[in-house]
Design a protein around this ligand. Structure first.
Ligand code: SAM
Ligand code: DTB
Ligand code: SF4
Length: 335
């Protein structure tokens, strides 16, 4: 197959003016074009990803985000991958929301360990006002430590994103998870459009958007292409794009799904990098199952952010000292 033309004004791609300052032009990606990227010979794909990466980022720097589950378990939604849904018997208990002090302690520890961003996650369909009020206090307190703040609380209603922005929230994470076509096989309790509506509220409130998906949920290559095209065609595209490898948890419907080949995972990272040049592409969940070499290839493919800390929300993540050793081995430094 002939290599694709990297010029964004190529006849294959439609270029039009981006609304946002700092992004003078944008490229609209078709699913077919992203699929072509995903199916390039690996050296060609990595070369293209590296070329784009180096135009926009220091290839030796990796941004470190630490996660904390501020409200674990008991979620009414039916996301087939998630250990926190109350519909599945996974052994994750429905816990009350953490107190402000506990969150602050965790944020201080994350900062001391070298994280620059602290992300608070809640197992909700979306927050009620009585849920949101204590989160606003957490955001203010974490922000006052000099950390970037991120929250992932589910679907937002009108006005909620503005309250979070006023409290000092920097990023809101809300994932599209997969392609629109595959989505109905994974989640039935909310629509793809509900997610897009929340992303629009987040964007309109002036928050940075963190939005990505999961690889390894039985999807085809066309679904991976569909997810990346959806993300890349958001206007503007997200500032942060977490690419998760499914963490298979016993009791969830997706436990036992075919495991994703690490090379295919690397391809998704590279496609995210090429289609969203300025974004931070986060090598997210699933790193405990990856070798150092697999992760190294993700960094070469343009990943420049990780979740850092011994736990994700309910499942494991590589120990912080192991990650420091990996970064030293690869000559990478925290941003
Ligand atoms: N409840 C909120 C929501 O769903 O928007 C926020 C928390 S939810 C756990 C955040 C994201 O974590 C999900 O959208 C999904 O992409 C990711 N996630 C959850 N379980 C996962 C798993 N087992 N493996 C990989 N990613 C997972
Ligand atoms: C994202 O894309 N991945 C993170 C974060 N955003 C909230 C969550 C991963 C969760 C993995 C399963 C767990 O630990 O419960
Ligand atoms: Fe609930 Fe979020 Fe898990 Fe879905 S992903 S079950 S909304 S915690």
């Amino acid at each position: 197959m002939a290599p694709l033309d990297t010029n964004p004004t190529s006849a294959q791609q439609v270029t039009f003016v981006r609304k946002t300052a700092g992004h003078p032009t944008r490229t609209r990606w078709t699913v077919a074009q992203v699929r072509e990227l995903l199916e390039l010979p690996l050296p060609e794909l990595l070369f293209r990803a590296q070329t784009v990466h180096r135009e926009h980022h220091d290839p030796t720097k990796v941004q470190l985000s630490t996660l904390l589950s501020i409200k674990t378990g008991g979620c009414p939604e039916d996301c087939s991958y998630c250990p926190q849904s109350r519909r599945f018997d996974t052994g994750v208990a429905d816990e009350p929301m953490l107190q402000l002090d506990a969150v602050l302690e965790a944020a201080k520890a994350a900062k001391a360990a070298g994280a620059s961003r602290f992300c608070m996650g809640a197992a909700w369909r979306g927050p009620k006002q009585k849920d949101l009020d204590p989160v606003l206090d957490m955001v203010k307190a974490v922000k006052s430590l000099g950390l970037e703040t991120c929250a992932t609380l589910g679907l937002l209603r009108d006005g909620q994103a503005e309250q979070l922005a006023d409290a000092g929230l920097d990023y809101y994470n809300h994932n599209l998870d997969t392609s629109p076509e595959h989505y109905g096989d994974i989640i039935k309790t909310r629509e793809y459009q509900d997610r897009l509506d929340t992303l629009e509220r987040v964007r309109d409130a002036g928050l940075h958007v963190c939005c990505g998906g999961i690889v390894g949920m039985g999807e085809d290559v066309i679904d991976r292409a569909g997810l990346i095209a959806q993300l890349a065609n958001l206007d503007p595209y997200p500032e942060s794009v977490p690419i998760n490898a499914l963490v298979q948890v016993e009791g969830t419907p997706l436990h036992g799904a075919d495991k994703v080949d690490v090379i295919d995972f690397v391809r998704v990272i590279a496609a995210a990098r090429i289609t969203m040049p300025t974004t931070f592409v986060r090598l997210s969940a699933g790193r405990t199952q990856m070798s150092d070499e697999g992760q190294a290839m993700c960094f070469v493919a343009g990943a420049n952010s990780i979740f850092y800390g011994d736990k994700l929300l309910t499942t494991g993540n590589p120990e912080a000292d192991r990650d420091r050793a990996l970064m030293a081995r690869l000559g990478l430094e925290p941003l």
